[in-house]
Structure formats: C-alpha cells, structure tokens
Design a protein around this ligand. Structure first.
Ligand SMILES: CCCCN1C=C(C(N)=O)CCC1
Length: 356
C-alpha cells in the first residue's frame, strides 16, 4: 500500500515522493520573463523536499495572461531563465513541471493584490477571446470577442509551440490548464459556451477544444515525460459541468495520451455559494476519476497536514497530492511532513544533513 514518501513512477519519470507543489500564480514576471523571484520561490520548495515542482500557469500567448504580470512561454526569450530554474530544481532532487495556460475571458485583469478586476485599455488591458461573448461577471466585466475557427487554430498552435519550448526549457512534466474558468474550461462547461458550431452545444462539441488541444500537444511532447491535465471537475452550479462529465472527459483524455488528471474544481462563474470548501474538499473527485476512468490522479485543495496527505495516498484516493497555500506558508512543508511521518533523514540536502 503506497504512502506519502514512496517514490512514484509515471512514464520515464520517478518522483522521490508523492508530494507536488501545486502551480500557483506569482504575477511577478515582466512580459512573461522569469526572474530571481521565481528561482528562489520554486527552488526553495525543491530544497524543501517536494518531489514535483509545478511552475505557475504560464501563458501560451500574451493575450492569454490572467494579468500583465503572468509568466509566459510564448516566445523563445522565455526559455533561458526557465532553464536556469529547472537545472536548480533537478540538482536538488525534484522534477520540474509546468502548467501551460490560456486565461480566455478571465484575461486582461489586475493582480489579486491590485483588485482582481478587468483592466481598461488605458490601464494596460487588452482585448480578450473566448468561446462566446460572455463576460465572467462581477469585477471581470470585460466582454471577450467570440473566437473564430482561425482564433481556435491559432491558440492550439500556441499550445503546441509552448510544449516545444517547455521541452527546451528542461521541464519533465507538462500540465494543460483546463480548469478554473480559463479558456478550455469555458469551452467544455455549458455556463460560458453558447456556440452553435462544432465547438458548442453537445458534450462532444464542448470538449472538442480540450481534445484537439491535447492532440496538438501530444504530437510534440516527449513520450518519456508525463502529459497531464488539470480539470475543474465540477462547476458547483445547477446546469453546469459535473463530476460525471469529468469522468467521461478523463476517459477521452486518457485515450488521447494524457497520463494523469489533476482534479480541481470551480471558478467558471462568480457564484461560489455552493462550494463545500474545507479540508480535502476536492479529494472525492480524484478518487472517483482514478477508479472510474482508470487514470492516475492528483488530489489538490486544502490538503494541509502530513497525516491527511498520507491517508489520501494510502487509501488509493489519488496517486500524488498537490500542496498549494500550505507550501506558500512553508516552503519546507515536505521536509516537515517527513519529520512528522518519521521519514526525514533521506530528504535533507547534503549541505544541511552533514551539518546536523
Ligand atoms: C484555488 C484556485 C483559486 C482560483 N485561482 C486560480 C488560479 C489559477 N491560475 O488557476 C489563479 C487565481 C486563483
């Protein structure tokens, strides 16, 4: 029976444990370029013992950034700074991953600490694109342009180019951001997709963008490394996307060569009242998809204690756990978890272990 500090092999990659750092936006790039902030932010969590470090949502085109400060991989200039970070992560025993993303109708917004609202053109905002001309709502008031078939093709090509740059940058784990109300989620959920063409209406039509984007990336991403997808497994809204839909989509993504589903939820509408926030609130999604779609899963969402994380792995509810905010509070969460679970000695870097 696996436990939190067992290794985990997926395709040609072996993680030193079942702990990943969830991709978390830092909004700290200029024109998408990584800085020393990203080296220290991600590098410290590799030193802190996590097996997998997934870099934040990284835009496949400038128009697809959530905010002007988002990370980017839409140009070759982005590669070298990322290579430097990934060399450090690998040197300290962790696997570098990246989440490639397009924010769709949630793009062109201010950083959270600047108000999280849509930016006017004169504030540095830009025209956004989405399946249908429907604004997200509330502070995200900007109405996106309805994507043409050419726009769809252009964005899918951008995902392909981003995957090639990620390979060049030394990433060994690629996650497609298909969640949280961003572009792909706004296609597969009926809440934001009112199209009448082959990308809207039926389930098969609404998932088409995600399936085609996966196929496009699969063509260029190395078979040696895991290809994963983060889904919003439920919209938590009547008439929205459901966990049963997610099981069906997961089965189809598996056929297209996705190796693991990262099971999050929500954030495709401003209506959060039904969200059952709480300890491990999304773990049931990882469990259901793992068993019913027979594909590896990551559990994420308010996983804060080592015993809680270990229980998820021991009971086969997910293959790995992704730790988000708790990792922001403590970059050494993995090492402290090892201490609590009496597995610490093997996790310290030699510079520290030799001195203790
Ligand atoms: C726990 C996720 C909360 C919703 N957000 C998702 C983001 C994402 N990049 O997926 C960034 C802003 C917050």
């Amino acid at each position: 029976m696996p436990q939190l500090f067992d290794t985990y092999q997926l395709k040609g990659i072996t993680l030193r444990n079942r702990i990943g750092v969830s991709p978390m936006c830092q909004y700290s790039s200029h024109d998408g370029v990584a800085t020393d902030w990203h080296l220290v932010h991600l590098g410290s969590r590799a030193v802190g013992g996590a097996g997998l470090i997934i870099a934040e949502a990284t835009a496949v085109e400038a128009r697809g950034r959530i905010s002007p400060g988002d990370a980017g991989i839409w140009a070759d200039k982005h590669i070298e700074p990322l290579q430097r970070i990934n060399q450090f992560i690998k040197a300290h025993g962790a696997v570098p991953g990246i989440q490639i993303a397009h924010a769709g109708r949630k793009a062109s917004s201010a950083r959270p600490w600047e108000g999280d609202h849509s930016l006017k053109d004169e504030e540095g905002g830009w025209e956004t694109i989405a399946p249908s001309p429907l604004a997200f709502g509330n502070k995200l008031w900007r109405v996106p342009n309805e994507m043409t078939k050419e726009d769809i093709q252009e964005v899918q090509n951008a995902f392909r180019a981003a995957a090639l740059r990620a390979l060049e940058a030394g990433y060994e784990w690629l996650e497609l951001h298909f969640a949280h109300g961003y572009l792909a989620h706004s296609f597969y959920s009926p809440l934001a997709n009112q199209r009448k063409d082959e990308y809207g209406g039926s389930f098969v039509n609404r998932i088409r963008f995600a399936i085609e984007t996966t196929q496009t990336v699969r063509e260029v991403w190395s078979e040696r490394f895991p290809l994963t997808a983060r889904l919003s497994c439920s919209d938590w809204v009547e008439g929205g996307w459901t966990i049963e839909d997610s099981v069906e989509l997961a089965k189809k993504l598996k056929i297209e060569g996705v190796d693991l589903i990262d099971c999050s939820s929500g954030f495709n509408s401003p209506d959060y009242k039904n969200y059952p926030f709480g300890a491990g609130w999304q773990v049931p999604f990882a469990e259901k998809i793992r068993h019913e779609a027979e594909i590896a899963t990551a559990a994420v969402g308010s996983i804060t204690s080592p015993v809680q994380a270990d229980e998820i792995i021991r009971n086969g509810r997910a293959d790995i756990v992704l730790i988000g905010r708790e990792m922001l509070r403590d970059p050494y969460w993995a090492y402290r978890a090892a201490q609590e679970l009496h597995q610490a000695e093997k996790l310290l870097p030699i510079q520290y272990a030799s001195g203790l």
